[in-house]
Design a protein around this ligand. Structure first.
Ligand SMILES: Cc1cc2nc3c(=O)[nH]c(=O)nc-3n(C[C@H](O)[C@H](O)[C@H](O)COP(=O)(O)OP(=O)(O)OC[C@H]3O[C@@H](n4cnc5c(N)ncnc54)[C@H](O)[C@@H]3O)c2cc1C
Length: 391
């Protein structure tokens, strides 16, 4: 886990701020950073500790959508992936801390044959939608592997795709650097959570009895946002979204740090620095305990090792499980909460949150300052999610 962040807010001072953020995962931290840069005073309230939720995991894959069926949501993610390298560089320069970021690209071995027209069409679409001439990002088809056993020849009887937009980041280093960048006008309170709104004034009461008055409040509480939102809107939380359990592992494999990601049939192999490789992830809708690991993870490690034989015999450094926030419609959920003045939500990035958290935060800051965000795709608006719930 990233180290605890200081300063912790003094209980003697009056607790008031322009923006109160509930939850210090990657989304809450990004909102805090952008709010700080906009000159707002911020309280970041985290009931456990920074990175205690899904953001404190191991994988850190930053993977683009395929360029087919392009829409505003894919454009949003593309721009987010494209801009993240500069954002990370700024954070690293400010803090002197590495985020373990690398635009390493991705290999997608093909276990089934694909029509040549489809391969060519995808290449052409990526040229267009990813603006290859300007950006250099490409989606290509390769008949055979270029790196020995990365992936194995057996895993790619029909060749593989290679794309150069994907990147990786070390989730815990990233969170620690983001937290360290919060140097002005941000008070971080760990070990205390949102309890309820005070009737009439809208002030927030915390689980440990603090009272916080804020201009705006944003819920960035990961999967727990659904329950909090359901309570506010008097709707069942599972009509809004739910937690999907994921298990992942970190291996000491002695591999090179600049290897590309490998992805096949839901198995991610994500090389990091110091010879470490993260493998993931299960996707479990039913589970008794969201935080334990079991045989599903062992099978996943076996699949990853068959895919990338360099992993065979690697020491498992850590096994980890967490709960991702997935909205009913799968899209991120961002916007004002109806009937609650000055209250917003930002959650449900599901499997792409690390790629888009900074852009989700940008939309929240637009909403806070202007009441609207032209950057926000219609499908991500909380309103769009609620309309579907009604229907
Ligand atoms: C195994 C696994 C692998 C994954 N791999 C990837 C990947 O490779 N790439 C990717 O982009 N995404 C990945 N994800 C998804 C990603 O981790 C999540 O979508 C993301 O971390 C969600 O961030 P968040 O800030 O919305 O929520 P969280 O990180 O869950 O943060 C929410 C925070 O809110 C706090 N909180 C909750 N309730 C309260 C309250 N009442 N008061 C105060 N605080 C509260 C929690 O303690 C928590 O710290 C993966 C997830 C899992 C489980």
């Amino acid at each position: 886990m990233p180290p605890s962040h200081t300063p912790v807010h003094s209980e003697n001072r009056p607790l008031s701020c322009d923006l109160l953020i509930i939850g210090a995962g990657v989304v809450g931290l990004w909102i805090a950073r952008l709010a700080m840069q906009a000159g707002l005073t911020v309280i970041l309230l985290e009931k456990h500790r920074i990175g205690a939720g899904a953001s404190g995991g191991l994988l850190g894959a930053l993977m683009p959508h395929i360029p087919e069926q392009w829409d505003n949501e894919k454009q949003f993610q593309f721009e987010a992936l494209d801009s993240l390298s500069d954002e990370v560089r700024s954070i690293e320069q400010e803090t002197g801390l590495s985020c373990g970021y690398l635009r390493c690209g991705r290999l997608l071995p093909l276990a089934r044959d694909q029509h040549m027209e489809m391969k060519n069409a995808r290449h052409a679409l990526a040229q267009d939608k990813w603006q290859s001439a300007r950006t250099g990002y490409e989606w290509n088809f390769l008949e055979s592997a270029q790196l020995e056993d990365w992936p194995s020849a057996r895993s790619m009887p029909y060749g593989m795709f290679m794309e150069t937009l994907a990147a990786r980041i070390n989730p815990r280093l990233y969170l620690a650097a983001l937290a360290a960048s919060l140097v002005h006008n941000v008070s971080v309170i760990e070990g205390d959570g949102f309890q309820q709104f005070e009737e009439g004034s809208g002030a927030v009461h915390t689980q440990k009895g603090r009272r916080i008055v804020s201009g705006h409040t944003v819920f960035a509480a990961g999967h727990e946002s659904f329950q909090l939102l359901g309570n506010m809107l008097d709707r069942p939380s599972d009509a809004l979204g739910k937690a999907v359990k994921g298990q992942a592992a970190l291996l000491q494999a002695g591999t090179a740090a600049d290897l590309p990601l490998v992805f096949q049939d839901g198995t991610y192999v994500v090389p990091h620095e110091d010879g470490q490789v993260a493998v993931g992830s299960t996707s479990e809708n039913e589970f008794a305990n969201g935080f334990d690991t079991d045989n599903k993870l062992e099978k996943l490690i076996d699949r990853a090792s068959a895919l990338c034989p360099q992993l065979q015999g690697a020491t498992v450094l850590e096994r980890w499980a967490g709960l991702r926030p997935k909205s009913k419609r799968r899209d991120p959920m961002i916007g004002f909460v109806p009937g609650h003045q000055g209250v917003l939500v930002a959650t449900a990035g599901f499997k792409i949150t690390f790629a888009i958290a900074h852009r989700m935060a940008g939309c929240i800051l637009n909403l806070v300052s202007d009441g609207r965000s032209t950057d926000l795709p219609q499908a991500f608006h909380l309103e769009a999610h609620l309309t579907e719930v009604k229907a």
